[in-house]
Write a protein that binds this ligand. Structure first.
Ligand code: CA
Length: 440
């Protein structure tokens, strides 16, 4: 997908808040979400972010102002789930993006009609923007895999298959929640080194900094998606927090991998930034000297040239004390998606190589995106070296794992000279106390 007029860094919108240079949502971004007026029983419908406003796509569709050519895509984008839009493919997504970009530019004739279709983001609430049929979580950071491997298996940190196979497992779609939905600390079976297993509240609750990839059109069962087609099956990306119960995980994960330690809650940012919007931030996919090159079905010239994405990512922690004392959340990690060992296209090609059928609106998690240095770790498990070195906070508090009342806020953004800065908004949720519904 080449750069086009929608990426022009000099474009300005008649929505003034989009032009500050600091907004996550300038006219070059145009991400999609599903929303309604906060606290209402209105129907959920699609919207596009512009500055601090949302363009209500149900109202835009009614107006017909974008023209007949994009009306089918617009109608799909106005639904309560975006699966229909996702199924349409890159040509339809791109045509809708172009029409929205032209209609939102300074001087656009559509301004008078679209003005009435805006809602302040402060006044809306969001939901998970697709009916996610299946959720697969990968493990694409070799830094994370190595750091965690050292903790769980000091003698064998990185398994032999890691550099050949994009490792993943099937997650649970039912417990995906949109940013802002809080959740209770999970109960689970724990086993201390010298104690019998018992049902207890998780004592080593962690977050995982990830990106989520929403698939577009799927593949027929029995067929696979080749590398050179893989990105045509990706609609866009969001922020994803794969909440993880490390103590439950340690006891349950062998031999079949994570189960109840991961499937109690997964938080998603409401906004999906399209692959087209991210085009200025493509970077080369490379392998460290001495590592095996991917097998041919995981290789393509385009992937080597531009398969990775430079999305900057941060994690902030807000304790209940910070909240009550009016302190800002404290950033504890800053890294980039560009460090991932496997690209988005490789995940799609690998997932379907055996004939497994992907469907529109499936969600692929990247896995925890830790960068190469210790301060770029995407989980407390790594930052604290397995709970041995607490993270010191500026207000005198410290954390090994999350306490009740702690909120975790993920952010993502892209910026570089010559391109418009675009962002993902935030993905936030707060840990509530465990429910003691079950006898120990
Ligand atoms: Ca994960």
């Amino acid at each position: 997908m080449p750069l086009n007029e929608t990426h022009d860094a000099s474009l300005r919108s008649w929505v003034a808040s989009a032009n500050t240079g600091a907004s996550d949502f300038p006219i070059q971004n145009l991400p999609f979400a599903v929303l309604r007026r906060a606290g209402s029983t209105q129907a959920w419908r699609g919207g596009v972010a512009i500055g601090d406003q949302v363009l209500d796509l149900a109202r835009v569709a009614e107006s017909g102002v974008l023209g007949a050519e994009v009306q089918p895509a617009l109608a799909a984008a106005a639904q309560s789930r975006l699966n229909g839009l996702m199924a349409m493919g890159p040509a339809a997504w791109s045509a809708l993006r172009l029409a929205l970009s032209r209609a939102l530019r300074e001087g656009a004739a559509a301004q008078a009609q679209l003005q009435d279709c805006l809602m302040p983001q402060a006044d809306v609430e969001y939901t998970v923007p697709a009916q996610v049929g299946d959720y697969t979580d990968f493990y694409t950071s070799v830094h994370h895999a190595t750091n965690v491997g050292k903790l769980f298996r000091p003698d064998n940190p990185l398994m032999e298959n890691y550099k050949w196979v994009p490792i993943g497992y099937h997650g649970r779609a039912s417990s995906l929640r949109v940013s802002g939905v809080d959740f209770h600390r999970p109960m689970g079976q724990l086993k201390g080194p010298d104690a019998a297993p018992a049902l207890k509240p998780c004592a080593r609750l962690d977050y995982e900094l990830e990106m989520g990839i929403y698939t577009g059109a799927g593949n027929a069962w029995g067929e696979s998606i080749p590398m050179d087609q893989a990105e045509n099956h990706i609609f866009g990306l969001c922020l994803l927090n794969d909440w993880s119960a490390r103590d439950i995980q340690a006891w349950e994960y062998q031999p079949l991998g994570p189960f109840l330690s991961k499937n109690f809650a997964t938080s998603l940012s409401p906004w999906i930034v399209t692959l087209e919007a991210l085009e200025p931030y493509r970077t080369a996919f490379t392998r460290p000297q001495g590592d095996p090159q991917p097998l041919p079905y995981l290789s393509s010239a385009a992937n080597s040239e531009r398969g990775a994405l430079d999305v900057q990512l941060s994690v902030a922690l807000e304790t209940s004390r910070m909240r009550s004392e009016g302190q800002a959340a404290q950033q504890i990690t800053h890294t980039s998606y560009r460090h991932a060992y496997w690209t988005m296209a490789q995940l799609v090609a690998h997932h379907s190589v055996n004939g497994c059928d992907l469907q529109p609106g499936d969600l692929l998690g990247t896995g925890t995106l830790s960068g190469p240095t210790a301060t770029e770790a995407g989980a407390l498990l790594e930052l604290t070296e397995g709970g041995k070195k607490p993270v010191a906070l500026a207000n005198g508090e410290s954390r090994t794992f999350l306490q009740d009342g702690d909120a975790i806020i993920l952010r993502g953004w892209c910026e570089k000279p010559g391109a418009a800065r675009i962002g993902f908004g935030e993905c936030r949720a707060t840990v509530l106390p465990a429910r003691f519904a079950q006898p120990a």
